[in-house]
Design a protein around this ligand. Structure first.
Ligand code: SAM
Ligand code: DTB
Ligand code: SF4
Length: 325
């Protein structure tokens, strides 16, 4: 087995030229070596016992025209979901204040859109301005953006834009048919060019192969610059969606995915994202050891459950983890 010890280059030389075979070789590293290497790299760039805390809010729920096979909010599927129109700014600010009081430093607002419509955009910009004024970092995920929309969001004070590649280019068509991989790459370029931080990751446990998981990370790391934030979601299997009955992924393979993300994008925040309610505390602890240093915090993700704040506080206490300020 190839040794990957001391794989991290100095900051100026972060790699953007990974081949699929090299990424697969990382995945195939014996577990102890992989976690040791990932933790070693992690400590070069981050305080080892600090985790960044983001809280999510669905600002517009359900009725989405896209057909993403995993998603409860797609109008193509039949999930048991209450549709909700775009929220008022004041309601959003109320939720942001609560998140802040609970210790969140970033507030992420998500909308079930293919892309934002002109008639809604002023309200979206007002949400960014208001949340920013509270002193929180702002993040939004609204679907595809034009160059112009990215600039407007930046001017309103948006710090991060989340737009996931979701999976490898070859598996993508099995999951989504209404927008292309290239559409996603174009939106990420608009976000980057506008000068905002990029939050981009994907979902594992959708029936993809290890090579697909490697392909996702290869795409992310080979972007012109690494995303500042990389959410790794474990599929939440929602009844009524095409992926409801897919076989569960081995949690250790999820941990490996986190470790490989850490090795390939050493200075990025790697977020242990959706799927934590189905994960043991021990599996989550291994994810932190593998270099995950961000979570979604609060009872809800967008439409599905997340561990309660008391559960997470208790877990952090048991692990000696502090919430990053
Ligand atoms: N509609 C926008 C879009 O997709 O671009 C933004 C919201 S969308 C819900 C944000 C991301 O959540 C998706 O790209 C996907 O990676 C993740 N996601 C959605 N449903 C999920 C599920 N059931 N399990 C895990 N991740 C999920
Ligand atoms: C991301 O990568 N995960 C978050 C956030 N970005 C927007 C969303 C997870 C959604 C999980 C399913 C749901 O609650 O609807
Ligand atoms: Fe719509 Fe986003 Fe869900 Fe896809 S992931 S169906 S774009 S809300």
């Amino acid at each position: 087995m190839t040794s990957v010890h001391n794989i991290a280059p100095p900051a100026a030389a972060f790699r953007h030229d990974w081949t699929r075979a090299q990424v697969i070789a990382l995945f195939e590293t014996p577990f102890n070596d992989l976690l040791f290497d990932a933790q070693t790299v992690h400590r070069r760039y981050f305080a080892p016992n600090q985790v960044q805390i983001s809280t999510l809010l669905s600002i517009k729920t359900g009725g989405c025209p896209e057909d993403c096979g995993y998603c409860s909010q797609s109008a193509h599927h039949d999930a048991d979901l209450q549709r909700e129109a775009l929220m008022d700014v004041e309601q959003v600010l109320q939720a942001a204040r609560t998140a802040q009081a609970n210790g969140a430093t970033r507030f992420c607002m998500g909308a079930a859109w293919r892309s934002p419509r002109a008639k809604d955009f002023d309200r979206v910009l007002a949400m960014v301005e208001g949340v920013k004024e509270l002193g929180l970092q702002t993040c939004m995920t609204l679907g595809m953006l034009t160059e112009q929309q990215a600039l407007q969001l930046r001017d309103a004070g948006l710090d991060y834009y989340n737009h996931n590649l979701d999976t490898s280019p070859e598996y993508y068509g099995e999951v989504i048919t209404t927008r292309t991989y290239q559409d996603r790459l174009d939106t990420l370029a608009h976000v980057r060019d506008a000068g905002m931080h990029v939050c981009s990751g994907g979902i594992v446990g959708m029936g993809e192969s290890r090579s697909d998981r490697a392909g996702l990370l290869q795409q992310l790391a080979n972007l012109p610059s690494h995303p500042e934030s990389v959410p790794i979601n474990m599929l939440v299997r929602v009844e009524g969606t095409p992926l409801a009955d897919v076989e569960a992924l081995d949690p250790l393979e999820f941990v490996r995915t986190v470790a490989v993300a850490r090795l390939m994008m050493p200075a990025a925040f790697v977020r242990l994202s959706a799927g934590r309610t189905a994960m043991s505390d021990e599996a989550q602890a291994l994810c932190f050891l593998a270099g995950a240093n961000s979570i979604f915090y609060g009872e809800r993700l967008l439409t599905t459950d997340n561990p309660g704040v008391n559960h997470d506080r208790n877990l952090f206490e048991r692990l000696g983890i502090e919430m990053m300020q």
